[in-house]
Design a protein around this ligand. Structure first.
Ligand SMILES: *Cc1c(COP(=O)(O)O)cnc(C)c1O
Length: 243
């Protein structure tokens, strides 16, 4: 198992290196988040042994048990990312479990997270953006933002409110591209997120260095379009059992 996982990690790292070489980027500038959802704590422990330190989960209950089980057996400092839709009523648990919440999709959720943080603790957050307009996708609705200045202005206002909350450190944006057979079809989605980030940095005077975009099927294109963080599940841990 460990050997197989090591091979898969090498294959993903090679993919990262190729995509970076295509556009003259430094592979060190791309953080690999291993998406361990549906896989047991033992899979995470194997991945730590194989050199991975950042993990992504999409359900609070599942993550709670897994993180406790991993921490009981592992001394290395790990970074846990919440990448799935988060209901406000679970904000307290999420704020205590995770180091990063990538799926902040409202000012209301952000303020619940801020309220739940123990004094002095900082939670890194990314704002999830729906730039493709797919109804099934979560996040701030931003499709058409290039043509409608009001959409960008609204989002910039939300960003400002979230950035002003105590304890939250807003570091960037996250998106999920639509599922497509050809990854070239999703390139405009990733490009749109990068251009949106640039526009926000201009209008808000804030640094937003993190662009979390790209998964197993599309991470090379996401990297070519500027991803600084990719979230990869199946390419590392294999197919997930159907839920
Ligand atoms: C499951 C998931 C991933 C990883 O998807 P793979 O196709 O397994 O790489 C990435 N991001 C989010 C938000 C997810 O829910």
């Amino acid at each position: 198992m460990v050997a197989l996982l090591a091979e898969r990690i090498t294959a993903v790292r090679t993919g990262i290196a190729h995509a970076c070489a295509n556009v003259g980027r430094d592979p060190q500038a791309v953080t690999l988040v291993a998406v361990s959802k549906t896989h047991p704590a033992s899979a995470v422990l194997e991945a730590v042994e194989a050199g991975l330190h950042q993990f992504g989960e999409n359900r609070v209950e599942e993550a709670a048990g897994k993180i406790a089980a991993v921490n009981a057996q592992c001394r290395e400092p790990l970074t846990w990312h919440m990448i799935g839709h988060l209901q406000s009523r679970k904000a307290r648990d999420a704020a205590n479990l995770f180091d990063v919440v990538q799926s902040v999709d409202s000012v209301r959720l952000a303020s619940k997270l801020a309220q739940a943080l123990p004094e002095g603790q900082v939670l890194t957050v990314l704002l999830e953006c729906n730039v493709s307009g797919e109804a099934s996708k979560g996040g701030f609705v931003l499709n058409g933002w290039e043509r409608d200045p009001a959409v960008l202005a609204d989002f910039a206002r939300s960003l400002g409110e979230i950035a002003a909350l105590p304890g939250l450190s807003v570091r960037g944006l996250m998106t999920m591209a639509p599922i497509a057979d050809d990854m070239e079809l999703v390139r405009p989605v990733f490009r749109s997120l990068r251009v949106l980030r640039d526009a926000l940095e201009q209008s808000c005077g804030m640094a937003l260095p993190v662009l979390s975009m790209g998964m197993t099927d599309d991470f090379p294109v996401a990297i070519e379009e500027g991803a600084t963080m990719i979230r990869v599940g199946r390419a590392l841990f294999g197919e997930r059992a159907a839920l």
